[in-house]
Design a protein around this ligand. Structure first.
Ligand code: PLP
Length: 375
């Protein structure tokens, strides 16, 4: 199996699995219990919080464990809006579905949601953002790195603009975390998720700057300062902390990406949607005239896993809002595939993928020409 879909999720690192396994069997206490087993679990929970906080350069009490990046984005954005009297929000045109769709719902609820466009490379048009920043804005949320093209924003520049106007700024760093270094200076909140960094599904974290008021969406116990009540998923959290301690080999993966980019030019009429300033693992390409779905199914039969657009919209026939924001036509968006490399990807994996891609593209294009001639 050649797995080139790490932007959707990563396999579990065996070192992470080992610590989780131990926790499942030994540290089964509820961290809210005051007896020995409970306190043992509490200690592990707080150690994990400290590890995640250190990886972001923030305080442990500023870390709130969540169950997924999607949940963290929703809890924070809705929570801060409910704490504010202001009714306007700014997001970008290329946010993940957990923010993009939330924006659509908030609009229906009466909020004014400003959507900042991006240029053809996917970079936020900062001039447009500046025009929208004013006293009525409750929050700006712009992702650090995009899940479909890998484009990396100048998040510090955006954070400074927000700070100058005293507007809270949240960034979804689910794809960026551990893959690039970024600072949380002037950033009010940030979302990260374990399963994108060789950690388990079911654990994520929200950094919220001390003193920020966020109204809870759920009610129950006092877990996670009552912002995410419910018994913690300790095995997943400890797995998350372990994954955060393992170095991500960005440079090595970047070399593989450059090799892939060199080899993909052997296919005619392709467009690269991933700009130079992007994550080391993500490549988005449009192969003119070739439906992504056909490509994916063909490669899957050969044991190669890639994706169309983002994983979350892979079952949707609608071209993704991200690709449309880059000015791709519907047809181009449908002909776009996403390859996402991992630390386990080898040069031979890339060679095999290129070989099979070339073959399917050649067959489909010949068929297309034949069809056109005989119609
Ligand atoms: N934000 C981005 C940029 C993502 O890529 C994803 C997942 O693909 C999410 C948020 C949601 O994270 P989770 O899968 O943990 O809900």
């Amino acid at each position: 199996m050649i797995y080139l879909d790490t932007a959707a999720t990563t396999p579990l690192d065996p070192k992470v699995f080992k610590v989780m396994q131990k926790t499942f069997l030994k540290n089964y206490g509820n961290s809210s219990s005051i007896h020995k087993k409970g306190q043992e679990a509490k200690k592990i929970l707080e150690q994990s919080r400290k590890t995640i906080a250190q990886s972001l350069g923030v305080l442990p009490e500023e870390i709130y464990f969540m169950s997924s990046g999607t949940q963290a984005n929703n809890i924070f954005i809705r929570g801060i809006l409910q704490s504010s009297k202001k009714k306007e929000l700014i997001i970008s045109a290329i946010e993940h579905a957990s923010i993009h769709k939330l924006g659509e719902v908030l609009k229906k609820e009466g909020y004014i949601v400003h959507i900042i466009p991006v240029d053809k490379n996917g970079f936020i048009k900062e001039e447009e953002l500046k025009k929208k920043l004013n006293n009525n804005i409750a929050l700006v949320s712009i992702m650090t790195a995009n899940n479909e093209t890998g484009v990396v924003q100048d998040i510090q520049s955006i954070a400074t603009l927000c700070k100058e106007q005293n507007i809270p700024f949240h960034t979804d760093a689910v794809q960026a975390y551990k893959k690039i270094s970024f600072s949380l200076k002037n950033i009010t909140a940030c979302t990260i998720s374990a399963h994108k960094i060789y950690g388990p599904k079911g654990a994520a974290a929200l950094y919220i700057k001390k003193g920020t008021k966020v109204t809870p969406l759920f009610y129950g116990g006092q877990q996670e300062h009552a912002l995410h009540p419910g018994t913690e998923n300790l095995p997943a959290i400890i797995g998350f902390a372990k994954a955060a301690q393992i170095q991500y080999p960005t440079k090595k993966i970047e070399h593989k990406k450059q090799y892939f980019l060199k080899r993909i030019t052997e296919i005619q009429n392709i467009t690269l949607n991933t700009p130079e300033r992007s994550l080391s693992n993500i490549i988005s390409i449009t192969i003119e005239g070739i439906e992504a779905e056909t490509c994916i199914k063909h490669l899957s039969k050969k044991g190669i896993c890639i994706s169309a657009g983002s994983a979350c919209s892979a079952n949707s026939i609608h071209p993704s809002h991200v690709l449309k924001a880059l000015d791709l036509t519907d047809e181009q968006a449908r002909a776009t595939i996403r390859i996402s490399l991992g630390k386990e990807t080898t040069k031979e994996d890339i060679n095999q993928t290129i070989k099979h891609l070339k073959s399917i593209v050649s067959i489909l294009r010949k068929y297309d020409t034949y069809e056109k001639r005989n119609c």
